[in-house]
Design a protein around this ligand. Sequence first.
Ligand code: PGA
Length: 328
Amino acid sequence: MAAMAISSSSATVRIGCKKSAFVTNASSSVRSEFAGLRRMDSMFDMGSSHCLFAQMQRNVQAVGNGCRGVVTMAGTGKFFVGGNWKCNGTKDSISKLVTELNSAKLEDDVDIVVAPPFVYIDQVKSSLTDRIEISAQNAWVGKGGAFTGEISVEQLKDIGCKWVIHGHSERRHVIGEDSQFIGKKSAYALTQGLKVIACIGEKLEEREAGKTFDVCYEQLKAFADNVPSWDDVVIAYEPVWAIGTGKVASPQQAQEVHVAVREWLSKNVSAEVASQTRIIYGGSVNGGNSAELAKQEDIDGFLVGGASLKGPEFASICNSVTAKKVAA
Ligand code: PGA
């Protein structure tokens, strides 16, 4: 049956009568806005043409009309999956992982990046298919020189890295990097042509204190205050309580923060940046939960830790873009 398309600057909402799954999607998306993260007040006074409230009304209308609401991706960027190998691996285990990735069948419409430990980047670069780009897990804040133990952006580019991860919770909370330093490191990388996976996310006690949005906005602002442009930035929302714990955020919990991040970008940067910037989710993503998460309209992909160390499972997470396509 034909679907009617209603466009707004950042989202396309189709109201049609296509797949029953979307009735559940539409109503759970409405429910999720009341999941207790104290964001409704700020949402109602945004005055934005594509604010969540307007979208909720459209969803409700679609269901109320006895029709099924089909909601496409809110963002316009290509699905993106990053594998963060952290401080894991040996020459042998990495060689096995690369072999698995090289033989995996990967969907076309997903950008894929892996972040090996620094010392194995060269090995990975010379053995991994060009289909997958390489990221570093960190980089120095400025030009290289007398900075013992650091790796410069220039060196990373020299060995073929296209990306760097900044703001990961392990660097914020274990190593002690603060938001301003992270913002400055991201700015330097971008000005030198290295793309940035910019991580944000709240700790469990912050979530329990109702501060999830405040924490994410403060971390986002530090990126926004520093980066020259958002063209080469992917935002990774990674709740700290979900990283490496096996406690994945529910699709609704993740969607709730992703839509808030997009709205923050719209209000504080521009509607264009809000729609174009990929907002990916990280924290205990695996082959069993990625498809459900991918169906959420503001989830544009994943940053994967533990499960990225297994080639076939990482490939299946990358291929969860197909769940996105069905949802659209
Ligand atoms: P995890 O890590 O998938 O092992 O939870 C995610 C990350 O830290 O990026």
